[in-house]
Design a protein. Structure first.
Length: 264
């Protein structure tokens, strides 16, 4: 080969540069016109994502009737009737498995009779009105029956109605009949409760329950009418209906799909 002259060397350099630029431009055009790679399809062998069951929330309205038996003795007069009727209604908020609510209840505590004594005779009928704040724990696994257990703290006031005869001078000057009613101030009540819920439909349930109630009542004379019942214990049984407003959101919401690259 003949050596290139100094004038021919720049022309050769410029030609090589032009060839390189044309090759790069062709490669870039080919990359832009190429079709994108298809997205990977999930493996058909992967199981479907399980659905997440939300925690049930609801507002419960309830009404009930029942009866009870007074336990123990009265502080002053013999108890001649221990049974009494009860009724009430309640409002509760359910955040399963816990239920927190307020309940109003009127309950009869039976009757006491003094018999004939030197000052006369008196017959006393007793009752209580209580506003209970309670917490209940519901248990699943026995569907459709749902058992529950709970405790309650109550603000209770007692009422007494007395009928009798007052003997003047031990009966030497005859007797004088009287009748009066009285209501005491607020006192404390405690409760332990157990029961079941049985669904009758989508929103209505039958309820059955029993409780042991302890009342710390006064034994002082109430409004000059009759002595109070004193500390009293009772066992109650109730049946009722419960209407549930379901507030649960996102029922059967599926979990986000699992990426294929995390499955080996």
């Amino acid at each position: 080969m003949f050596p290139l002259s100094p004038k021919a060397r720049p022309a050769r350099v410029f030609g090589a540069a032009a060839l390189l630029v044309s090759l790069l431009g062709a490669e870039e055009a080919r990359a832009q016109t190429a079709e994108p790679a298809p997205a990977p399809t999930p493996s058909p062998s992967l199981p479907p994502a399980p659905s997440k069951k939300p925690r049930q929330t609801a507002v419960d309205l309830s009404a009930f009737v029942g009866g009870g038996v007074r336990v123990g003795d009265a502080p002053l007069f013999p108890i001649t009737q221990r049974s009494g009727a009860t009724f009430g209604f309640g409002l509760a908020y359910l955040l399963s498995p816990l239920s927190v609510g307020l309940t109003y209840e009127h309950a009869g505590l039976g009757r006491e009779d003094s018999g004939v004594v030197p000052f006369g005779a008196v017959h006393i009928a007793r009752s209580t009105d209580t506003l209970w704040a309670s917490v209940r724990m519901r248990f699943s696994g026995l569907e459709p029956i749902v058992p529950f257990f709970g405790v309650g703290l109550g603000a209770v006031w007692q009422s007494a109605h007395a009928d009798g005869v007052f003997l003047v001078d031990g009966g030497l000057r005859g007797g004088q009949t009287f009748s009066c009613s009285a209501t005491d101030s607020l006192n404390l009540g405690l409760r332990a409760i157990a029961g079941v819920e049985v669904p009758l439909g989508k929103t209505v349930s039958f309820t059955g329950e029993g409780s042991f109630d302890a009342y710390r009542l006064s034994s002082e004379v109430i409004d000059g009418c009759a002595p109070g019942a004193g500390t009293t214990n009772s066992i109650f049984f109730r049946v009722g209906l419960l209407y549930r407003f379901d507030l649960t959101e996102g029922r059967d919401k599926p979990l986000p799909p699992t990426s294929a690259r995390h499955v080996r």
